[in-house]
Structure formats: structure tokens, C-alpha cells
Design a protein around this ligand. Structure first.
Ligand code: ZN
Length: 291
């Protein structure tokens, strides 16, 4: 029997059961948490104990749903959740730090049109937090777009390793408690509205600087003048000192590079300009302090 047909936990009377908490076979009286069809508890000598669907069907969501339901119970009993720091691309410091929130109500797989957040939580600050539990696959781009469009904060928690644990409810509960409530290193923001607003502000106020192209034999130099970091200094023919940066050696490694635009009109893609927020450090500091 292939692993994906092994069901970790069964559903009975509104709660989840591990396979070792119930009698063998159909006498377990458990249903699949996802499709609600009867499960058999298989407790043979050779294979690790598990549940399987009594009748063959195409249900592939039993374990996902089981973990979602278990995660809901963990959140409801856990009272507080830690959210990861919010960062912006390339910049070493966090925009907002790790935070701890009290948990209000929790919903599991509530449907919104075609999408269904795995879990949705009301936090002590009155805001919603959606949670995706990544088990067999990570959150698809379509669902991330769904959160972005609605401006709904959402995190993804990597639980892909939990499928390797035997269907022991207590062990899974303990692991989920760590993963959901305490740790932050396996959590990542799929969408954070504060971060999105801040990035939009940066994009509006950042300077667009032209990339100057200097072919030199077989080599090409791409320079940008007026670098706020004063990466390189050059004297003009008039003896004036100007600061500039090399696109490839400076800007590509610079935390203030927000975007790079390329010229697609020729046969080859050529760097055209960049968006630099090197003069907007104060905005970052204000945002960080305002929290
Ligand atoms: Zn099922």
C-alpha cells in the first residue's frame, strides 16, 4: 500500500482519534476527516498502524484535513500565537519584529468563493490572521493572489515533515503546538498588509535612475550616477567629483535596490534603469519605530 493512502487520524463524534486509540477494523467507527466515508483501522504486524478508506475512492485530502482540524484544536487550546518578523526584500533588518498575539475565535476550512483558508484566526488586536498548513504541497500562487487581492494577512507554516510521524494523536498534537504557537522559523508571511503598504510607499518615492552602458572591447560596464551610498567616486573632465555605482558589483548587492527595469526593444535584454530607495532610510526607521 502506498503511503499516500495511509490516513493518519480518524474522525468520530466531533473529534480526532489516533489509530491506537480505537479497535481494529471497521469496529473503529471512524470516518475520513475529509470525505466522511468509513475508515478501517489497520493494526497488522508488518506495516505501521494506520487507517485506510474502507471503500476505494479518490480522496486525497484525509491527512491535510486531519492536520487542519488538529491545528484548530491546538490553536483554541493554545491561547497565544507567535507571528514571524516582517521583512522587505534584500534589507537585513526586520521591518516589524516577531510578535505574540492572543487567539480569539478559530475557523477551519471556511469557504470564500472558490478558496478556503486552512485556518482563520481572530487576534487580540482585532485583526484576522489566515494560516496555511503546508503538508504535501506549498501554498499555490492562486491562493497567495487571493490573499493579496483581499488584503488579508496570511502565514504559511511548513508542516511537511509531520506526515512521517505515526498516526499518534498526542505526538502530532505536541509537534503542532510547537510549530503553531511557539516557533517562527518555519512560518512565513504569504501576505502582510503593513508590508505591502510600506513597499508601495517606497515604490512611489524611490528614485528611478538611468543605467549608463559603456561597452569596452568585449566587456560591458553598467554605471548608475548619483549613488546615495557613494559607492564609487569619479572625477569629471571639469574636475568635479561625482558618485556612481556599478550595477553588477554594487547595486545587485545593495539593500536599497527595489527594482531593475530592462530595455526589451533590442535583440538582447539590456539594463535600462533601477529603482533606488537609498535616500529613504528615514521612512524605514519611522515605520520600524511607529510599531
Ligand atoms: Zn477521505
Amino acid at each position: 500500500m502506498k503511503d499516500e493512502h495511509k490516513v493518519l487520524l480518524g474522525w468520530r463524534d466531533g473529534r480526532l482519534y489516533g489509530v491506537d486509540e480505537v479497535p481494529s477494523g471497521l469496529a473503529c467507527h471512524c470516518l475520513c476527516p475529509a470525505c466522511k466515508s468509513p475508515l478501517i483501522a489497520r493494526k497488522g504486524q508488518k506495516v505501521r498502524h494506520h487507517f485506510s478508506h474502507h471503500r476505494k475512492n479518490n480522496c486525497a485530502w484525509a491527512n491535510e484535513t486531519a492536520l487542519h482540524l488538529l491545528a484548530k484544536a491546538v490553536l483554541e487550546q493554545g491561547h497565544v500565537i507567535k507571528t514571524p518578523a516582517v521583512r522587505i526584500p534584500r534589507y537585513p533588518e526586520a521591518l516589524y519584529p516577531i510578535r505574540v498575539y492572543d487567539i480569539g475565535r478559530v475557523w477551519c476550512e471556511r469557504r470564500y468563493g472558490r478558496e478556503r483558508p486552512d485556518l482563520a484566526v481572530i487576534l487580540s488586536n482585532g485583526q484576522w490572521l489566515n494560516i496555511e498548513i503546508a503538508v504535501t504541497h506549498f501554498t499555490p500562487a492562486k491562493k497567495v493572489a487571493f490573499y493579496r487581492k483581499r488584503h488579508w494577512n496570511a502565514i504559511e507554516i511548513d508542516c511537511s515533515d509531520l506526515m512521517d510521524y505515526p498516526g499518534n494523536r498526542e505526538v502530532l498534537t505536541r509537534l503542532l503546538q510547537q510549530r503553531l504557537l511557539q516557533e517562527t522559523d518555519r512560518k512565513k508571511w504569504l501576505y502582510h498588509h503593513g508590508q505591502a503598504l510600506f513597499l508601495r510607499k517606497l515604490e512611489q518615492l524611490a528614485e528611478r535612475r538611468k543605467v549608463r552602458h559603456y561597452p569596452w572591447g568585449k566587456r560591458h560596464f553598467y554605471n548608475i550616477y548619483g549613488c546615495p551610498q557613494h559607492k564609487r567616486i569619479r572625477k569629471t573632465a571639469m574636475g568635479k567629483r561625482v558618485s556612481y555605482a556599478s550595477l553588477t558589483q554594487d547595486c545587485w548587492h545593495c539593500p536599497y535596490l527595489l527594482q531593475q527595469y530592462v530595455d526589451r526593444t533590442g535583440e538582447q535584454l539590456v539594463p535600462d534603469s533601477i529603482l533606488c530607495w537609498g535616500r529613504l532610510q528615514y521612512l524605514f526607521d519611522q515605520e520600524q519605530e511607529g510599531q
